[in-house]
Ligand binder design. Structure first.
Ligand code: GSH
Length: 206
């Protein structure tokens, strides 16, 4: 059985939803990021990067980085049909997942919520946050445009919908932002899914 290490409402939310959609049994273990559990030996033995999501597979090996975990879960559970078919759809899935995680989250949202990671001097923090807000807003616009003529990011529902979901969740629920139209519709469709509702309840977010 796979074990997911997650923190409530963190980016691990997207992998948690993917596991729920796949439907195979898994264990979900909470990591208390606020208390620094990610830096304690029990967790660094599992992931020395001190990050969630972390997936521990049946053979005991750890897999890290959202895009890699999302691809692995979709590829190893073909019955769940979460892996896009064909090179074009697969490339689009990787494109949107990398953009949502590496740019919208890590460059945008992280500047807003963790300015100290970008500038040691507190006097610079407001400028860092403002730059993060710009990157984040452009990110949401870009994700919205990627939904032109389609309801899901790779054409049909797949692992590609998980990273855009968690970055839209942060905008809607944590920043109380207005999400652009097509992305807002995608976010609403995701929120309506039983798997998403089950995960939100398990993470205490519902
Ligand atoms: N590049 C990583 C990013 C993971 C990440 O930044 N996770 C955050 C939660 S959203 C985390 O674990 N933060 C803990 C910390 O920074 O101490 C991925 O793709 O999985």
């Amino acid at each position: 059985m796979n074990t997911l290490y997650f923190a409530p409402g963190a980016c691990s939310l997207g992998i948690h939803v993917l596991l729920e959609e796949i439907g195979a049994p898994f264990e979900a273990k909470q990591v208390n990021l606020r208390e620094g559990a990610q830096f304690k030996p029990e967790f660094t033995a599992v992931n020395p990067k001190s990050k969630v999501p972390t997936l521990v597979r049946e053979d005991g090996s750890s897999l890290t980085e959202f895009p890699a975990i999302a691809f692995y879960l979709a590829a190893t559970n073909p019955q769940a049909k979460m892996l896009p078919e064909g090179a074009e759809a697969m490339a689009r899935a990787m494109e949107v997942t990398d953009y949502a995680v590496a740019t919208v989250h890590m460059q945008g949202f992280s500047r807003i919520f963790r300015p100290a990671n970008f500038a040691p001097n507190e006097a610079d923090h407001e400028a860092v946050k403002a730059r993060g807000a710009e990157i984040y807003a452009k990110g949401l616009k870009t994700l919205d445009a990627a939904l032109d003529g389609r309801d899901f990011f790779a054409g049909s529902y797949s692992f590609a919908d998980m990273a855009p979901f968690y970055v839209a969740f942060w905008g809607a629920e944590r920043l109380k932002m207005e999400i652009p139209g097509r992305l807002a519709a995608h976010y609403a469709a995701m929120r309506a899914r039983p798997a998403v509702q089950a995960v939100m309840a398990r993470e205490g977010l519902a």
